[in-house]
Design a protein. Structure first.
Length: 480
């Protein structure tokens, strides 16, 4: 029986210091400073083999197996009544596909962990990355807003709904003059969205925006800029380019229920290789385009590079390695459920497995591990079956953790609803369970209001979106 130290039972809610303490981001590209947690300090060992403080009560954790009904209404109701003690469901994700599920889960658990890819290179995030040599922050803004507590007043007394409206707003997308005029209205506190935010919150947000404005390059393109991104960037610049501090402050301002953190602090970009024509491209914003896939086939490889500059030959650039942030690694070690959720398969899900140490952290944690494939069309999955997509996850985890790692330590379940959902990939449940030993949970993931009857051809009409509440209930049951 495996034993290890565990926190007291009443410490189920992760403390703020644990969530946002000093980051290893400055060392993300230096493997000599990376600590995967495997080292032991013999001076701290007690005679019983533990590292506990002698003043602490003796406690151990034990691995147990149990059979549960999925979903379990009793466990879900318990989480709803006491969300501060809800399970730690950890997501490797990015993008907006998990937005609705996150917004539901915050009512059942305040302890979910969202490790986000920082490699987005499109839109407003691209302009900020180019101007300030920073990681992408757009996906962090989206997730923080999804987890914000709309029912309460935030720290300064202003409604989170009003603050969220400002954070979600974008300047004029196509006319630089109109975008500049609107930007000046916000800075001068004359814009309706900033006026509806009460003091002192209004002053706090304006301070971050003005900090950004005073450092904005003269040629910065404001068209389509997200005000939330500009606020976070101003906070980032104001606090010595510390993204963890910036996220923490926004976390407090919005009353966020959950943890949002970059998987790594490495400021890198995705490079994608395609099946045909030896075609290679750089940048997350170029992935999953129909014309590219039609001409060059499916994605067959992905790595990380330092630059998007045109004067650096795409294929000649050396791949750049990076490491999972140490605190993010510790969060994986604390998870009650690990989830590879809906989202663009390569650019939002698999890319989180590229930093060194991620696969090892996943394998070390003994808990349910779930993959929820996209319903509907995901062009990044083009040319693959569901079995092959699962093999991608296994391969990337083993690339870090070792080729001999058993599959059961990488993935436990695949969650689908083949009766109600329209999947664009072939799903062979027998092959997934027989060849890989992974249990396929084929259960209703669509609400009664979303279910459709027969189409004009007499066949059952299927939907392309999962019900976020149904998904949440399954994850809560697995983690409780």
């Amino acid at each position: 029986m495996h034993t290890n130290n565990s926190p007291p039972l009443h410490s189920r809610t992760v403390s703020e210091d644990y969530r946002f303490r000093a980051s290893s981001f400055s060392d993300s590209l230096d493997r000599h400073n990376y600590d995967d947690g495997s080292s032991n300090d013999d001076n701290n060992n007690n005679c019983d083999g533990s590292n506990r403080n002698n003043n602490e009560p003796f406690q151990i954790s034990v691995a147990i197996r149990k059979t549960v009904t999925i979903p379990d209404p009793l466990q879900v109701d318990r989480c709803h009544r006491l969300p501060e003690y809800g399970p730690r469901i950890l997501f490797f994700s990015g993008g907006s596909a998990l937005k609705n599920t996150s917004a539901v889960l915050k009512h059942y658990s305040h302890n979910c962990i969202h490790l986000i890819t920082p490699f987005d290179s499109g839109g407003s995030s691209f302009e900020l990355r180019k101007a300030f040599d920073m990681i992408s922050i757009g996906d962090f803004r989206n997730r923080l807003l999804a987890l914000a507590d709309e029912s309460a007043k935030v720290a300064s007394g202003s409604s989170t709904v009003r603050v969220a409206a400002l954070f979600s707003h974008r300047l004029h997308a196509h006319d630089s003059l109109l975008a500049t005029v609107e930007w000046q209205q916000i800075l001068s506190a004359k814009h309706p969205l900033i006026q509806q935010v009460k003091l002192p919150m209004r002053g706090i947000l304006l301070s971050h925006l003005r900090w950004f404005a005073n450092r904005m390059p003269p040629d910065f393109n404001l068209c389509g800029a997200s005000i939330g991104n500009l606020i976070i960037t101003g906070c980032f610049l104001e606090h010595d380019r510390d993204i963890v501090t910036a996220i923490y402050l926004i976390w407090k301002l919005l009353g966020v229920h959950g943890i949002v953190r970059p998987i790594t602090g490495a400021n890198l970009h995705i490079r994608t290789y395609y099946e045909k024509n030896e075609f290679v491209q750089r940048g997350q914003h170029k992935m999953g385009k129909a014309a590219t896939i039609e001409a060059n086939g499916r994605i067959v490889k992905m790595d990380l590079v330092a630059s998007l500059d045109d004067d650096n030959d795409t294929q000649q650039q050396s791949a750049t390695s990076c490491h999972i942030d140490i605190v993010s690694s510790e969060m994986v070690a604390s998870a009650d459920v690990i989830c590879f959720p809906m989202g663009s398969f390569f650019s939002s899900v698999l890319v989180n497995l590229l930093p060194q140490g991620v696969g090892t952290a996943i394998v070390k944690r003994h808990c349910p591990k779930v993959y929820i494939p996209n319903a509907g069309l995901d062009l990044e999955m083009h040319g693959y079956t569901l079995l092959e997509c699962i093999e991608w996850i296994i391969r990337l985890v083993r690339q870090d953790a070792g080729d001999d790692v058993p599959i059961k330590q990488i993935l436990s379940f695949v969650l689908v609803d083949t009766h109600n959902c329209d999947y664009q990939v072939d799903i062979d449940k027998d092959a997934i369970e027989g060849q890989l030993g992974i249990r396929v949970l084929d259960i209703p993931l669509v609400g009664d209001d979303d279910k459709r009857g027969e189409g004009t051809d007499g066949c059952h009409e299927k939907v392309t979106e999962l019900d976020p509440t149904k998904v949440a209930e399954v994850l809560l049951t697995l983690g409780s």
